[in-house]
Design a protein around this ligand. Structure first.
Ligand code: PRT
Ligand code: ZN
Length: 207
């Protein structure tokens, strides 16, 4: 199973695995760990690489945000919604500008780290815009004159607020999901079933 090495998915992913009774030694800097209580090995990766590794079968399973699954557009099965790291991918514009619906974005330059999801969304709404891909600090793009709007991940909204931006459209909602390689062996499917049984039990116990 591939999980995020360090970031917003890591703690909740590790906590869920431990609550499932799957124990392993997680030394700092280790990129691989074998469970001593369950037939599973863990790979610690950057979240962006997880869909590709699972599609290629380097990993059989992965925990990653739905936003990254949608953007990477790799062939993976979405097996289970895990309910943590909830956020949304939203369009935002400078707060001092008036917004008159999505057509206001026609002809604009929009900065984002999610060019594929944004392109699909704009096409569905019949809007043509200049999508400018940047890998981080997307929220400063309007104030430095790089773009008229942005499309980025929002959770509390405080980053948008402190950059003088206003959320105008929710492009997609996202949470952490369990993804699987589409063609698992029968043996691995059984292990996945056991894992899913444990995840459901953890979730039921929490409710
Ligand atoms: O290093 P690596 O590539 O593995 O990690 P990363 O830096 O690419 O991702 P990371 O750890 O920041 O996020 C991993 C996943 O967590 C994302 O793909 C989302 O599915 C989910 N997630 C949940 C978030 C947030 N909440 C979030 N708030 N991802 C990013 N943010 C950022 C957002 O980009 C923005 O800059 O937080 C800021 C907004 O937060 P608010 O609370 O101010 O609105
Ligand atoms: Zn990443």
């Amino acid at each position: 199973m591939a999980i995020q090495k360090s970031g917003r998915l890591s703690d909740s992913s590790l906590q869920l695995i431990r609550e499932c009774g799957i124990g392993f030694q997680n030394g700092t800097g280790k990129l691989k760990a074998q469970s001593h209580t369950f037939p599973m090995e863990f790979l610690f990766l950057r979240d962006d690489d997880i869909p590709g590794y699972v599609a290629d079968g380097i990993a059989d399973l992965g925990i990653v945000g739905e936003n990254v699954v949608a953007e990477k557009d790799e062939k993976v099965d979405l097996v289970y919604k895990l309910g943590f790291s909830r956020c949304r991918l939203s369009l935002a514009i400078p707060r001092n500008e008036t917004y008159q619906g999505i057509k206001s974005l026609q002809g604009q330059r929009i900065a984002t780290s999610y060019p594929k999801i944004l392109a699909n969304y704009l096409a569905q709404h019949g809007v043509e815009a200049d999508i400018h891909e940047i890998s981080g600090s997307v929220e400063i793009a309007p104030s430095i004159g790089l773009a008229g709007a942005i499309c980025d991940i929002v959770s509390s909204g405080s980053t948008l607020f402190s950059n003088g931006l206003e959320e105008v459209e929710v492009v997609m909602k996202s949470e952490a999901v369990l993804v699987a390689h589409p063609h698992l062996s029968e043996g691995k499917k059984k292990i996945l079933d056991d894992l899913l049984f444990r995840i459901r039990s953890v979730h039921n116990a929490r409710d």
